[in-house]
Ligand binder design. Structure first.
Ligand code: NDP
Length: 273
């Protein structure tokens, strides 16, 4: 019987996950189907249970259900535990297992696809929501020279720092509001805020971009106001989050199927379309 998987969210029509996973399945000769499920905002758990009852093996979870997925899981990976958010569910007789592959997806995109060495670099992570939480541990593990967290609501960035400092393992970290960044320079600036969705750029002070620096927006498909501002401010390279999307999908696929698909062809195909 063909194994069933899906992405669940609200809205969901825009999702590229069915296209990505169908390509992975073709490339790795897996007998599986992958669909998109629109769950009512107050009906996430019921939709998951119905999918399991219908024989579903795993789900990708997207906006706005990542926190509910975390709560629903019977067991969780350490990275999901740290992120307090789950983007991948796997179902077995042992119950519902939750994982978070967003961070590995980002790091894989930065290091493999964009060829960036993160060790010894000055990293700035903008935002303190679910996306920022999800990528913190994998970024810290790359041993940057410093990892700075900045958020519109400075207290939330400081709270995140307090939560993650016990896991820092020697990685220097600090946190605050955008204005406190004044006078500092970074080699990599990652926009994990939702500002781009409102067609806005986070109000950052001038002069943040060091020579040769990269500006990365987790939102994909267009040059966002954040990326346009980074270009104007002298960032040497710009990248959107399409590679992160494909890489986090590959990591979910690996968790479910035990096979790691080659991401380059599907990323090239998505870029071309
Ligand atoms: P959340 O709603 O959890 O967090 C929103 C964050 O954005 C908060 O830190 C908030 O600050 C900040 N923010 C919102 N609006 C603005 C603004 N106008 N200016 C400055 N800061 C703002 O969202 P998520 O963390 O889940 O998602 C963040 C983004 O990352 C989304 O755009 C999402 O699409 C993208 N994403 C992409 C992925 C990929 O694979 N490419 C994977 C996961 C997420 P405050 O605390 O002050 O409210």
């Amino acid at each position: 019987m063909t194994d069933r998987y899906a992405v669940i969210g609200n809205p969901i029509a825009h999702s590229k996950s069915p296209q990505i996973h169908a390509a992975f399945a073709r490339l790795t000769f897996q007998d599986m189907a992958y669909e998109a499920i629109l769950a009512p905002v107050d009906g996430f758990a019921a939709a998951v249970r119905a999918f399991i009852a219908a024989g579903g093996r795993g789900l990708n979870v997207t906006v706005p259900f990542k926190l509910e997925a975390y709560a629903l899981a019977d067991t969780r990976s350490p990275r999901a535990e740290a992120a307090k958010a789950v983007n991948t569910l796997a179902f077995s007789d042992a119950g519902i297992h939750g994982d978070n592959t967003d961070g590995l997806g980002l790091v894989a995109d930065l290091t493999r696809n964009l060829g960036l060495e993160l060790a010894g670099k000055r990293l700035l992570l903008l935002g303190a929501g679910g996306a920022a939480r999800g990528v913190l541990l994998p970024l810290m593990a790359e041993r940057p020279a410093v990892l700075t967290l900045a958020n519109r609501t400075a207290a939330k960035a400081r709270q995140l720092l307090a939560e993650f400092l016990p896991h820092a393992d020697g990685c220097p970290m600090d946190a605050g509001g955008f204005a406190e960044l004044s006078g500092r320079q970074f080699d990599l600036v990652i926009n994990a805020t939702a500002a781009s969705l409102a067609d806005e750029a986070p109000p950052l002070p001038a002069g943040l971009y060091a020579p040769g620096s990269l500006a990365y927006d987790m939102v994909y498909g267009r040059e966002t106001p954040f990326l346009a501002a980074a270009r104007a401010q002298g960032a040497a390279r710009l990248a959107d989050g399409l590679g992160m999307l494909v890489e986090q999908a590959a990591e979910s696929f690996f968790l479910w199927r035990g096979v790691r698909p080659d991401t380059a062809p599907i990323l090239a195909q998505l870029r071309a379309s």
